[in-house]
Design a protein around this ligand. Structure first.
Ligand SMILES: *[C@@H]1O[C@H](CO)[C@@H](O)[C@H](O)[C@H]1NC(C)=O
Ligand SMILES: *[C@@H]1O[C@H](CO)[C@@H](O)[C@H](O)[C@H]1NC(C)=O
Ligand SMILES: *[C@@H]1O[C@H](CO)[C@@H](O)[C@H](O)[C@H]1NC(C)=O
Ligand SMILES: *[C@@H]1O[C@H](CO)[C@@H](O)[C@H](O)[C@H]1NC(C)=O
Ligand SMILES: *[C@@H]1O[C@H](CO)[C@@H](O)[C@H](O)[C@H]1NC(C)=O
Length: 619
């Protein structure tokens, strides 16, 4: 399961992206609570800047009715700003006289025509504006070199104290350079404009894009963050650009971090839940048999290799498992295939992607391997490809697995999760239905099927489907009264429906069934924020989650987000760092780095714009 990391798995209805991200009342982003206890699948497209939520949070407190949303569906694609017509200048009206006389010079090289010079107004300000107007005309005609000359003249004659005008001239010249793809000049002119007016949105946006083009992501991020703040997070194009920059920057850092990170085994709770997401896991089968038959009579001192690995696995001594499997593999013992599967799984769990791939590949190349072992390995190979965002390749592994063992419920459950990441929600539902049908005693499949059915209902505004999903949950509770996952997912859905009391009841029920699950407390914290805006309770529950499981990355991440939203940047950054240290995969790291970057950029921009973050927010 995925430590309650829902949004990773739910690329969601795009049209709803922004309101999900920022919530409707300045709470945690809705995405945060989308997909809860899910198996080890990973995000493509982790969502943005929860960090940015702070500004929304603050804003929403002062302006409740100003609900943030991106209007309509079509508006989410950023329009290319590189064509001249989209760059509309704020044409300040020059005096009607000069405007009139200048029309005649349009299209000609005015500098060489003495009479034109005479036509220009004498007064410097007016003259500068006249040059600017000619420049604008050239610009619209696509004659950027000439436009640049005009703006240069405008800058030359404009009195220095006319800062607003000068800023406009520089900004306009930057737009011309942008069309000539001369980005160093774009940056230098925008910088001059911003120096003259540090809240000049158009210049900041243009410079952000130029920095982005030359891959100076840090500066691009600062500029676009400033724009988002100045626009009050109302402009979908700016938000999308921020999102994109944060993601590329996060990815870049994650790639580097993966090469140097020390592998950390996740918490015992996480590991156990990961294995529970398979109903036909050979390791679990072997462990159960071992528990039944041998555990008490067996002296572990007499065990070695894979058998000792299983003994330690059953005993939750997970640190020894890899070493013990290695012994089996090196001596090429009779359980080598199983040892490779177990070691590969542990490598996967601690984020050693290459080592995991190597183990599973070696296993798949062996002959006469039990089919369940082979299929389980194929599913995990597929998962690893998902981590590397090779979705189509991953699907091929699942196809191979289905060929070998067509009635294996695990394959469909895990393929369903890949399909969900690919935003193929109908196919996801079909696979989960199939998984649940193949094994009516597989609680995860049933619970997840209900959850995805509800999401389908949301996507297609189909209330019948939603009702069926809710009914399905009730049936699942009756059938699997000890399945915390189905209570947990049901609670998620109820939270989304704002049925808070019932949601809490089911979260508590999930916690009762699995008292070692820290995610219950994380989500209860989120519930209290949404329901009662009760930050203190939320913080309390999150701290409890961390006490229960000091490796609960999701708790650190959520706590960090709340601290940033409250304006406690430093605390937030520290918590994000803790989450980063625990992250297992590149995708996950990329997401966390994005959060961290968003928070840091806010801090820098606030200073630059002279906004005090800390003082206003100690509520
Ligand atoms: C200058 O512009 C006027 C029209 O305003 C035109 O009649 C004249 O021929 C131009 N002179 C030169 C040297 O291009
Ligand atoms: C950009 O414009 C400046 C000033 O006109 C020029 O010196 C420089 O060579 C140009 N750079 C590119 C890459 O075109
Ligand atoms: C700075 O730019 C903003 C537009 O982004 C404008 O509203 C403001 O008036 C400008 N300030 C000055 C001093 O020109
Ligand atoms: C196997 O597990 C034991 C703990 O039971 C551990 O002490 C030992 O170092 C491990 N190593 C090998 C090679 O089996
Ligand atoms: C969803 O369907 C209901 C009727 O079932 C309708 O009233 C509502 O406007 C629909 N919402 C959207 C967003 O289409």
């Amino acid at each position: 399961m995925w430590r309650g990391r829902a949004y990773h798995l739910v690329p969601t209805d795009r049209s709803n992206m922004a309101s999900r991200r920022f919530g409707s009342e300045g709470n945690l982003p809705k995405n945060e609570i989308g997909w809860p206890k899910w198996t080890y699948a990973l995000a493509i497209g982790a969502p943005v800047a929860i960090g940015l939520g702070y500004w929304y949070y603050r804003k929403s407190k002062s302006k409740r009715d100003d609900d943030f949303s991106i209007n309509g569906k079509g508006n989410l694609k950023p329009k290319s700003n590189l064509n001249p017509t989209s760059a509309k200048f704020s044409t300040q009206k020059a005096s009607s006289e000069s405007e009139e006389s200048l029309i005649s010079v349009s299209g000609r090289d005015f500098q060489k025509n003495k009479t034109d010079e005479e036509v220009l107004p004498k007064e410097p300000c007016e003259k500068a504006k006249a040059y600017k107007n000619i420049g604008n005309r050239y610009f619209k005609e696509g004659k950027y070199d000439k436009a640049i000359d005009c703006y240069t003249e405008a800058i030359k004659v404009c009195p220095e104290d006319r800062k607003g005008d000068l800023a406009t001239f520089y900004q306009n010249r930057a737009a011309s350079y942008e069309n000539l793809k001369n980005f160093s000049e774009v940056i230098s002119d925008c910088s001059k404009a911003i120096e003259l007016n540090n809240t000049y949105i158009k210049a900041l946006t243009r410079r952000a894009k130029a920095y982005d083009t030359i891959s100076d992501l840090k500066n691009a991020l600062d500029d676009i963050t400033a724009v988002c703040i100045l626009e009050g997070f109302q402009n979908s194009n700016s938000l999308l650009l921020t999102d994109r920059i944060l993601k590329s920057k996060g990815k870049e850092q994650a790639r580097k971090a993966m090469q140097t990170r020390t592998p950390i085994l996740p918490s015992g709770h996480f590991i156990k839940n990961y294995f529970i997401s398979f109903c036909e896991d050979p390791i679990i089968k072997i462990s159960e048999k071992y528990k039944e038959e041998k555990k008490d009579s067996q002296n572990p001192k007499e065990l070695s290799g894979f058998r000792l690995g299983i003994h330690n696995f059953v005993d939750n001594k997970f640190e020894d498992v890899i070493k013990n499997c290695t012994q089996e593999i090196e001596r090429n013992g009779q359980d080598t295939a199983e040892a490779l599967l177990l070691r590969g799984t542990f490598h996967l769990l601690q984020g050693q992607t290459d080592a995991a791939k190597e183990d599973l590949k070696q296993l798949l190349e062996m002959e006469s391997v039990d089919v369940k072992v082979r299929v389980n390995a194929l599913i995990k190979v597929g998962t690893l490809k998902v981590h590397a965002e090779q979705m189509e390749e991953a699907l091929k592994d699942f196809d191979r697995a289905i060929e070998l063992d067509p009635n294996n419920a695990d394959i469909y459950l895990h393929r369903g999760q890949v399909l969900l990441l690919m935003d193929r929600i109908d196919d996801t539902l079909r696979d989960l239905e199939k998984s649940a049908a193949l094994n009516s005693n597989f609680p995860s499949a049933t619970a997840q099927k209900c959850y995805v059915q509800y999401r389908c209902g949301l996507r297609y505004n189909d209330s019948k489907q939603k009702e069926e999903a809710l009914k399905g949950f009730i049936e699942a509770h009756e059938k699997f009264p000890r399945c915390s996952e189905s209570y947990f997912l049901h609670a998620q859905v109820l939270l989304e429906r704002q049925e808070f009391e019932k949601a809490e009841e089911f979260f508590l029920k999930a916690g009762e069934i699995d008292p070692t699950d820290p995610n219950v407390w994380v989500h209860r914290g989120i519930l209290y924020l949404q329901w009662k805006q009760d930050v203190d309770s939320a913080l309390g529950y999150l701290k409890k989650a961390i006490e229960m499981d000091t490796k609960c990355q999701f708790a650190y991440e959520t706590l960090g987000s709340i601290q940033v939203q409250r304006g406690h940047l430093q605390k937030g950054l520290e918590l994000f760092d803790k989450a980063i240290a625990l992250a297992q995969t590149e995708t996950e790291l990329a997401h966390l780095f994005s959060l961290r970057d968003a928070a840091e950029a806010q801090g820098r921009v606030a200073t630059r714009l002279g906004i005090d973050i800390g003082s206003e927010s100690n509520t």
